[in-house]
Design a protein around this ligand. Sequence first.
Ligand code: GDP
Length: 401
Amino acid sequence: MKTVCFGLQWGDEGKGKVTTYLSKEYDYVVRYSGGSNAGHTVEYGDFKLVHHLVPSFDVRKGVKGYISNGVVVDLNVIDKEIEELKRIGFDISSKLNISAFAHVVLPVHKILDEKMELVKGDKAVGTTKRGIGPTYADRVHRIGIRLADFEDKYLLAEKFSTINKIYKELYDIEWNNYNSVIEQYDRISKLIISPLEMKKDLENSNVLFEGTQGVLLDVDMGTYPYVTGTFCNTTGVESGLGYKINLDKRIGIFKAYITRVGEGPFPTELFGDEGEILRQAGKEFGATTGRPRRCGWLDLPLLKYAIEISGCDEMIMTKADVLAGMEKIKVGVRYAINGKKIEMPYNLSKIDKAQVEYAEFKGWNSLEDKEFQKFVEFIESETGVKITYISTGAKVDQVLT
Ligand code: GDP
């Protein structure tokens, strides 16, 4: 069985929790995109993990993890995550591998990320400043450093010096502390394997591919330019691994409302007290940066768009418990753009002009209430996709099936 579990919104849907819950049925959990800008929070009950690079597999079980070449790797972050897991009693060093073709995030990438945002001024994207975009850009510029490059220290020194020259010349950024990166590499080098070795392992295994961010932040199909630098859509699985994968199931995760971090259009956004109530109730603060997330009502036109482009077969809803106790719950059902009614946008670049039409639901106190059942049935009938699980709380095992 090959399944992908991915975000149907702007990220932070609870993919980490859901992936961990589902992972016990699989041999591997594979990260296929993104970098340490991801922050998947998983509450086990006795302890809590925030995964930035380590895939969200249940560390208590025999599941293994793999970081593919679609991911850009900050060596310091991955090392710290592995050490932190060891400190609390989970040695995953025999359960994790990283593709030798994965690109490495260097200090220059983080400096450039920050500088680029500053120069853009009020057109800044609102990145996490983790150097993700510049690392992907250098991959395309063909000056990036891959983990495999560390095997030949002489060639590596040449590559570092090329990067140094380019960054100084183009961006006035100076960096030559190569040794710190080499030391970080040495600490994780045992985990590195070639993409084809991994392909062999995955071929006859049950694999759960874990998406990062969400479809609406996909570099091509998201709200460009307010997107991340990678393929968050299900299409990212093959490009992230570099070879053919026959997926059996695409499971889209969505929150009962919607949030986004950073800039960009947000038709159902709630401002003032209304937004603040949702933010506090849902603890909507970024796992990577601590930034307050922008909050709004569930947006069906965008959900339909995400389903359309991802080939989503089934859905999992999270955080409906956060809305419990509210008198009325709204759902954005239709847009009007320049007077034209739209059920699902074909062009996300125009959604900042959308006037949203809402449906209103009576609130629920518990997820057992018939009011909540009506909400679920409405979403299923509007989207034509079944909601197979409902996450009822932050803890891994809090799931209604
Ligand atoms: P991810 O990046 O998609 O994994 O999402 P984040 O970890 O950034 O944010 C989701 C947050 O909601 C985390 O703190 C989760 O522990 C929490 N969470 C996940 N599912 C639920 C749920 O159903 N209810 C509640 N109350 N919290 C949840």
